[in-house]
Design a protein around this ligand. Structure first.
Ligand code: HEC
Ligand code: HEC
Length: 321
């Protein structure tokens, strides 16, 4: 935090230069007119600036995105998945808001702050619009059997799946998909972020941060939603949720399915028989949701989707407004 704030302090130094020079060249004590600690947040009200912008222009954003490419990829797919999150397919609203929070220091991150600080509020929406139009990522969930504890006998990702789809009524945990969508696509309107396909280490860390409840955000409304939910989660559940979400894949749309059907039957689907028994028992049959988790077996998503799934519009609500 201290480290991150120093960038803002550097910005503030422009105002403070006269006073500092004075302090250095005289023994007379300076009057403490303003407490320095509170100044960074007041001096960059990036969220307020954001409120005055117009919808992002993805073309301008594509130019700006050159700066981000080294880490997030020009298409929003992390260049080093172990270190940087994916941002492709994330909504413009969420991206712009997080950039504003990085810039003001309210979301403390020493790596992101200088990059966010280079952007005007309109730049944030433009670069947000660029990444919002990129494809989402998708990964693979961990299907190791859980050996002990309350979830003994379940596959690891199934713990997450259960919470994601149903929550836990007794503990007051809402279903994650109520806000983040059945395939984790998010809802750009209220700025509920895309969470599907994200690297699990990153998601786990975010959930731990919400659970720890520490934030410097002035407007904590959004943060508090997740803080109260995450406060109920155990480490095991955070790990399983993160793994499940990394494995979330979008169901192919009707056109894609038709194209697949029209392909020459060179490679028959390898394991159509693998899912029925236990998947149905857990209510994870592909017909039920609009999403598919690709476990390391990779069978669920390979099963042909029933007709109504194929014609249903993709659950993707990620279009830029
Ligand atoms: C030097 C590498 C680097 C560069 C360049 C970079 N980022 Fe990041 N970015 C990161 C890291 C690391 C994080 C994770 C921050 C954290 O741990 O909270 C991050 C996080 C983010 C997030 C938050 C994602 C989320 O899901 O909440 C956004 C949005 C973002 N970056 C956008 C950008 C944009 C836009 C640019 C270009 C203007 C950019 N970044 C340039 C490394 C980088
Ligand atoms: C009532 C709506 C709601 C529910 C239910 C909900 N979330 Fe969220 N989630 C949000 C909002 C709002 C944010 C953005 C918070 C912020 O701006 O810091 C968010 C952010 C997140 C993020 C951070 C994403 C990123 O890119 O940094 C993760 C991960 C997440 N939620 C996971 C979950 C999980 C797991 C559950 C279920 C246990 C869940 N959420 C339930 C509204 C919700």
């Amino acid at each position: 935090m201290r480290h991150a704030r120093s960038y803002l302090l550097a910005g503030f130094a422009a105002f403070a230069v006269g006073a500092v020079a004075f302090a250095q060249t005289t023994v007379a004590p300076l009057e403490e007119a303003e407490p320095v600690e509170t100044l960074p947040l007041e001096s960059v009200d990036a969220l307020a600036e954001l409120a005055k912008t117009k919808p992002g222009n993805a073309q301008n954003g594509a130019t700006l995105a050159g700066t981000c490419a080294a880490c997030h990829g020009l298409d929003g797919k992390s260049t080093i998945p172990e270190i940087y999150p994916n941002i492709g397919g994330q909504s413009e609203a969420y991206l712009a808001r997080q950039l504003a929070l990085f810039k003001s220091g309210e979301r403390a991150n020493a790596i992101m702050q200088p990059f966010a600080s280079m952007l005007s509020a309109q730049d944030m929406r433009d670069v947000g619009a660029h990444f919002a139009t990129q494809a989402k990522s998708a990964g693979i969930a961990d299907d190791t059997l859980v050996a002990e504890g309350r979830y003994e006998g379940m596959k690891f990702y199934e713990i997450g799946q259960q919470l994601f789809r149903q929550g836990d009524f007794e503990r007051g945990i809402p279903a994650c998909m109520a806000c983040h969508g059945p395939s984790g696509g998010g809802n750009p309107g209220p700025a509920y972020p895309l969470v599907g396909g994200q690297q699990s280490w990153y998601t786990a860390r975010r959930l731990q941060e919400y659970r720890a409840g520490t934030t410097t955000e002035r407007d904590t409304g959004m943060f508090d939603i997740m803080a109260s939910i995450a406060s109920q989660l155990t480490d095991e559940e955070i790990g399983a949720l993160s793994s499940y979400m990394q494995g979330l894949h979008q169901r192919p749309d009707a056109a894609t399915l038709a194209a697949i059907a029209a392909m020459p039957a060179a490679a028959p689907a390898p394991a159509a028989e693998a899912a029925p028994a236990d998947a149905a028992a857990e209510g994870t049959a592909p017909a039920e949701g609009t999403d598919a988790v690709e476990g390391t077996e990779g069978t669920e998503g390979a099963a042909p989707a029933p007709a109504e799934d194929a014609t249903a519009p993709a659950t993707d609500v990620q279009q830029a407004p």
